[in-house]
Design a protein around this ligand. Structure first.
Ligand SMILES: [Zn+2]
Length: 244
């Protein structure tokens, strides 16, 4: 796949998603392009909107000497809506500050979700049918306690190795040519307008497309404090995880 710095996300968002270019950006300046009672849409934003199992960022928008709280951020159509406790008019310039502690915790857990997905797939855990920042579900699953133990040890070894994540863009055509059935069915569900996809790779362990926020390297994820399997019905198995 050709490496590219193209901002493929612009096909998908009306605002420049600054968090996709730099997941460590905590403050930014922007202009209000749409406003209504208790919400604004900005021309650019470092606030991550709730999606793909990753939680919405919170924080503040500073404007005219005031600080307005951002309590939720969501994508509606192509717009990223910032829900605020106050009103800010269109054309206003704002300075945004992201609540860093919860955001970093979300990035660590979301990056762990990528790594665990790759490791469990590598162990033939079965098709992943659900995952979030605390849990992965496989069905039908051939998971055993022995596999869970191996994945836990491997996860912690990769964290110790502090492997850098690699993020790049690839075209839909390049990905559609691939054999992987699961990736193809996921591609089918994405809007056709989205022609360039953002790929997130933990080299040697996990590769998927994702517009979420991630840590720079595996060392920042931190070790697992807990990795626990529970058996559901009809060969569904869940693994819950907790970081140290
Ligand atoms: Zn991701």
């Amino acid at each position: 796949m050709a490496e590219s710095s193209d901002k493929g996300a612009n096909d998908y968002f009306s605002s420049t998603p600054l968090y996709a270019e730099d997941g460590y950006l905590k403050e930014f300046d922007a202009k209000v392009v749409k406003a209504g009672p208790r919400f604004v849409v900005l021309d650019r934003t470092a606030f991550y909107p709730e999606s793909g199992g990753q939680h919405s960022d919170t924080g503040v928008l500073q404007h005219g000497g005031q600080e307005v709280e951002v309590h939720k951020v969501m994508k509606r159509g192509r717009d990223i809506f910032h829900y605020i406790r106050g009103d800010i008019p269109v054309e206003a310039t704002v300075h945004g500050v992201v609540d860093w502690e919860p955001r970093l915790y979300n990035m660590r857990r979301h990056s762990a979700e990528h790594l665990l997905t790759g490791l469990f797939e590598g162990e033939g855990a079965g098709p992943k049918v659900y995952s979030d920042l605390e849990r992965l579900d496989f069905k039908p699953s051939a998971l055993t306690e022995e596999i869970v133990g191996r994945v836990e040890a491997e996860f912690n070894r990769i964290v110790e190795a502090d492997t850098p994540l690699r993020i790049y863009y690839a075209s839909r055509e390049e990905l559609e040519g691939e054999e992987d059935e699961r990736k193809r069915s996921f591609l089918d569900k994405l809007p056709r307008a989205l022609q360039r996809l953002r790929m997130v790779e933990i080299p040697g362990h996990a590769l998927t497309f994702c517009f979420g926020t991630h840590v720079r390297s595996t060392g920042e994820i931190g070790r697992l404090a807990e990795l626990e399997m529970t058996e559901g019905r009809k060969r569904r198995k869940s693994v819950s995880f907790l970081l140290e």
